[in-house]
Design a binder for this molecule. Sequence first.
Ligand SMILES: Nc1ncnc2c1ncn2[C@@H]1O[C@H](COP(=O)(O)OP(=O)(O)OP(=O)(O)O)[C@@H](O)[C@H]1O
Length: 594
Amino acid sequence: MISQSNYKNIVREALDNVMHYLSPAEKRQSIWMFLLLLLGSLLDVFGLASLVPVIMAASKPGSVFENRYSVALYHLLGFSSEKAFLIFLILALLGFFLLKNAFVTLINYQQVRFTARLALNIVRSQLNKHNNLPFWQFNKLGSAHLIHTTIGIPGSFVNSIIRQLFTLFSEGLIVVVIVLGILVYQPVLFFILALVLVPTTLLTYRFLQKRSMKIGARLDSLKPLSYALLGDIFAGFIELKLANRQEQFKKRVLENQEEHQGLEAVLYLFSLLPLKVIEMAAILAVVTIYLYSLLFAGSAQNLVMIIGLFAAAAYRLMPSVNRLITALVAMKQHRFTFEHLNNLREYASWQLPAQVPLRFSHSITFENLSFSFPESEKPVLHNINLTVRKGEKIGLIGASGSGKTTLINILLRFYIEQKGRVLVDRQPLTDENLLEWYKLVGYVKQDTFLMETSIKANITLNDESVDEDRLNYAIDQASLRDFIDSLPEGINTLIGERGSRLSGGQRQRIGIARAMYKRTEVLLMDEATSALDNQTEREVNEAIAKLAHTDITIFIIAHRITTLRDCDRIYELKDGKLYAEYQYEDLIDKSLIQ
Ligand SMILES: Nc1ncnc2c1ncn2[C@@H]1O[C@H](COP(=O)(O)OP(=O)(O)OP(=O)(O)O)[C@@H](O)[C@H]1O
């Protein structure tokens, strides 16, 4: 059942959520805006109320002298002709409307600027939150959900909560002022109006609010699903075409869209409903009063006047009441935005502690290190002990799922060990030296992250003041020189979405160049050579061989033995344990990997 408390809840909840994103100065500003908004609404009502007497006076000669207020004003302003007085009144009315509308437009301008700023605050907070998420949680959420909650949810919150709050306050005030006016001048009319409009409004709201809330929540879950499906369709363009699965995926997107569009259509219908219902109730009331007056009352004179007044009041109130219900229903419908904004909120303001320096001159040590994922009992890494000296090249091999990538992710602090520690020059890696550590490490993943921009921007990660010497060094170290020289636009060549205009080897070498540009001292490579053809494998290996002659410390996860030629030591991981240590030659002899 809808109750007063339910009505209050959504408004209070909305206000609580809005307050969270306002600075103290913005809170003060919002109170001012609220007061100005109220003033704007009052002026609106006053403007409308002043129209009727002025027009009536203008249409009936001599009427100015029949009303004591107009007579008083006439004499106060020293007029000597009714005509001049009427011209003055009409011009004053025009001036008033002009000023009022300029004022209301100014308030509206302030209001939209305020909401735009607020929207930005919310997007910023969502971005902070998502950037600060622990890696495993970030992975779990998925990019479709993250995009939806970073941009989609703040958009819905601003449009369907904040803007509706403004509507609620301004229209609410208009309704209150009109209703109070009627109560003072026509108490009977007030009761008839209350009798007709209050139950209709409450029933309409009751009918719409729960249904809208359900539909809103369903749409909220359909949206990221459609992003994810579309992401799959376009990212998997080649694979889906070859497997002849595009139709199947298309069908899923269309099923999703069918439900989506159907629900949107229902919501649209809901938005039209309140006005129609209120209108029906008003007409019903007019007919009832009229019939009553005809059938039961001796003189219908009085009631007919009341009907006229009722119709006039209802006509003015209906749009406002309609907007009130629509605003409340929209807020209910978007109540799900609160949950998204509250979820994981602690990360929005999370900050790294003050950083202490970290030196890497001697060694990196994994000490009694064990790790398991939060939702699983079985450790993925078990009591790893390994010391690597600066400048050493370490190979990591092992069956799929043996824990190689997890070990690298721990070294990168994307996962944090439950037991043991990682030491750099005997200093444990913690949040206090994380940024210092990140200055030293570079990571070349199997699927190198590439942006739809130039080779240069990809290597420097959009560095605004590029160090050209460093860039040239990086290009040489990654064996990209010949390739770049062969391109008409050289380093400024655009590489297409996710590097679509590059070969697999070129993509990986851009990853290596990026790590070199950054002055990486510890390079982590998750080698994808198993997925590369012989030519590109040669290209990547050439880049790795070049790096072997530097004092960069390298960890390479390898699937092909040739990648490990320059490694000082090679470790095999098995079921999360360091199972054996090899030299390159041992592996060739044993043909452990190919
Ligand atoms: N986010 C995760 N949540 C739960 N388990 C995970 C997660 N990521 C990896 N695992 C599990 O941890 C184990 C080790 O995975 P890891 O990616 O480290 O293996 P790997 O040796 O790098 O394999 P590959 O050579 O196939 O890349 C696997 O059993 C994997 O299923």
